[in-house]
Write a protein that binds this ligand. Structure first.
Ligand SMILES: [Zn+2]
Length: 404
């Protein structure tokens, strides 16, 4: 089952009854966290068993299902803490500061036509939340194959979870193999006898991250005498940059997936699990900062939602192997891969050829095959470039694939 959370803003302020409910809910979560810590349990059911009766007395008017979902939220807070403790990270007793509440799908009603949520507060008291519905939201509201999951209420917005069964991936008619680099995805699109280089460039992500790193360092130095201020400033800085990077990652993923969907391509990516670079300390820092895994996660998740097959392969030696004769070069190369047999190609695109060949040899679905000799050296298809991120969208042209 796939779940997608969609954010809706409200037409007006949260009604005061709902505000009180948020505060009660937070209180219940924090109490449940303490109860769970005392008796060393983390599951919703166990928390329910030990704490429900006492809670019922403390919050006699709260809707019972909201109480149960407070246990659920407390359970996930406790599980996060346990994970940190197991990793040896010292942590204080968790306290939820953010005002929020979660309601399971039986505990609220959403009229998908009008976009109005009916949220019960307690017996005989309901509030209506009117959602701001855009075209984007309509896509989810009108899709009858999507069922409703939980509802998260925050002071200024709500998040509705839409669920669906994972669609069966299509049988690929072509392949898109991508090598993930610091500033771009470089790869190869193979359709029958035709093989072309493809590129999705996002140099600004690395720039944003570098700037964030520099700013952080400067802030920490400047506010060295005041750790609290320094931490707060860094956090604010971090959140802003995080949004900007996330936005770009989603744009890149969307254009890759649009390309693959239109051409019925399987997407081949390197498996970054256990990936370790042998580069310098500086390079390692840059690589770990740059969220390649995040990009892969987004691509994989969206592909699953759309039923696009994704195949991941072990990237070992992919940037050092000659796809023609199989020789493995031992030294680091420049921008171009060169082999004694005469084969030469952009290093990143060469890596993507190797990824594709590994995928084919591992029995990637479909009768796809690829002959490196068919590669057209003079053609480059652009999947994405920074100009497409200009905030003036949507104008219906973003994400269009250009051939140069
Ligand atoms: Zn060779």
């Amino acid at each position: 089952m796939l779940v997608k959370g969609v954010v809706f803003y409200l037409e007006s302020d949260l009604p005061s009854e709902a505000k009180f409910l948020l505060e009660d809910f937070r209180l219940a979560v924090n109490n449940a966290v303490r109860a769970g810590l005392q008796s060393r349990v983390t599951s919703r059911n166990a928390l329910c068993k030990i704490a429900y009766k006492g809670f019922r007395l403390e919050h006699p008017r709260m809707y019972a299902q909201h109480l149960v979902s407070a246990f659920e939220v407390a359970g996930s807070v406790l599980k996060n803490r346990r994970r940190r403790v197991q990793k040896g990270i010292t942590c204080i007793i968790p306290y939820v500061k953010r005002l929020m509440m979660k309601a399971e799908n039986q505990a609220y009603k959403l009229d998908r036509k009008s976009g109005v949520i009916d949220l019960p507060i307690r017996a005989g008291c309901h509030v209506e939340l009117r959602l701001v519905v855009s075209q984007y939201h309509r896509k989810y509201l009108d899709d009858v194959s999507l069922t409703l999951g939980s509802l998260t209420v925050l002071p200024d917005r709500v998040i509705v979870a839409f669920r669906k069964d994972a669609p069966k991936p299509f049988v690929p008619e072509s392949a898109l193999s991508l090598d993930t680099n610091e500033r771009s995805l470089d790869g190869l699109f193979v359709d029958g006898d035709v093989a072309k280089a493809v590129k999705a460039e996002f140099p600004d992500i690395a720039i944003i991250q570098q700037r964030r790193h520099d700013r952080r360092k400067r802030l920490q130095k400047k506010k060295a005498h005041d750790r609290r201020t320094s931490r707060n400033l860094c956090r604010r800085e971090g959140a802003r940059e995080h949004h900007r990077i996330d936005y770009r990652l989603h744009q890149v993923a969307n254009s890759v997936l649009k390309f693959a969907e239109e051409r019925k391509s399987v997407i081949v990516l390197e498996d970054l699990k256990g990936f370790k670079s042998k580069g310098s300390k500086e390079l390692n820092r840059r690589l770990s900062m740059w969220p390649r895994r995040k990009l892969h996660q987004i691509i994989e998740y969206k592909a699953q939602w759309k039923g696009i097959p994704v195949f991941k392969v072990d990237p070992r030696n992919s940037s050092r192997t000659c796809p023609i004769c199989g020789r493995i070069q031992d030294s680091r190369m420049g921008a171009e891969f060169k082999c004694e047999c005469g084969w030469h190609l952009d290093r990143h695109i060469n890596a993507s050829i190797n990824l594709l060949q590994t995928a084919i040899s591992k029995g990637m679905a479909g009768g796809l095959w690829f002959n490196p000799g068919a590669f057209q050296h003079d053609v480059m298809m652009i999947l994405y470039e920074p100009a497409m991120a200009a905030r003036s969208e949507p104008n219906g042209t973003s994400g269009i694939v250009g051939v140069t």
